[in-house]
Design a protein around this ligand. Structure first.
Ligand code: TYD
Length: 236
């Protein structure tokens, strides 16, 4: 299907699009490819990242960075992600949308559903609590990039046997967002990551706004073409 990106850019003006999915699904790459395609088509694009994305959000991110994940209560973890997100919405997302820009965000409430949900936090509660942080700023569309755990791990460079052996070493949250090495979230058991993927695959059944799932196993260019197609056909 030939996509008219100019038409898509018009359709997405003033819209809030989120890329989400398991570790190694390629969401940052896809966010950047979509951002570039829309800018080239004349659209005013704002890219952001959750958690972080603002000075205050980055400080909250540092609180997450400085503590041992194994010692953090999952409720605290969920609230910290929400607090960072509250700042992101107030400072960046809402003002950009009000100016008619398209906002493309890397992760959002959907990640709290999947990751803290996989850890046992009640997902219904995530959805209930979220409006305290985001008001009614649910995304216009959330694109879940689906990848199996093994392929995702191979992309992030995680060695499966690594985990058991080094769990203690990597349990600290100081590396959580480094990306350069196995971080605390990535270092959680394979079963945890399977559960994360499972929740992402079920997201559209309970998420309060539109969710579309795209197979992320193909190379980036193919996934990008599928993302354009999905966004062109989805009713916003
Ligand atoms: P980060 O280094 O920002 O990168 P990436 O999004 O590329 O994986 O890692 C964020 C980690 O935090 C990631 O493992 C997912 C996790 N996370 C949650 O557990 N809950 C959340 O609400 C969010 C937004 C992220």
């Amino acid at each position: 299907m030939e996509i008219d990106v100019r038409q898509l850019a018009e359709k997405l003006s003033g819209r809030f699009i989120v890329f989400d999915g398991p570790d190694g699904c390629g969401k940052t790459t896809q966010r950047d490819l979509l951002g570039q395609a829309l800018s080239d088509a004349g659209c005013n694009v704002v890219k952001c990242k959750d958690p972080g994305g603002t000075a205050i959000g980055n400080r909250i991110r540092h609180i997450l960075l400085d503590y041992d994940l194994s010692k953090m209560d999952v409720r605290c973890e969920a609230m910290l992600f929400m607090a960072s997100r509250a700042q992101l919405v107030g400072e960046l997302v809402d003002p950009a949308l009000a100016e008619g820009k398209v906002v493309i965000c890397d992760r959002y409430v959907s990640s709290t559903c999947a990751y803290q949900g996989a850890q046992g936090y009640d997902i219904k509660r995530v959805i209930e609590v979220a409006p305290f942080a985001i008001g009614d700023r649910w995304p216009d569309a959330t694109i879940v990039l689906d990848i199996d755990v093994e392929t995702g791990f191979s992309r992030t460079g995680r060695q499966r046997h690594h985990v058991g052996k080094n769990r203690k070493k990597y349990a600290g949250q100081q590396n959580m967002f480094d990306g350069a090495q196995t971080d605390a979230m990535e270092a959680r058991p394979v079963e945890f990551h399977r559960k994360v993927r499972e929740i992402f695959l079920q997201l559209e059944q309970f998420y309060p706004s539109k969710v579309v799932t795209v197979d992320a196993r193909d190379e980036a260019g193919v996934v990008h073409a599928n993302v354009l197609e999905v966004l062109s056909s989805v009713k916003l």
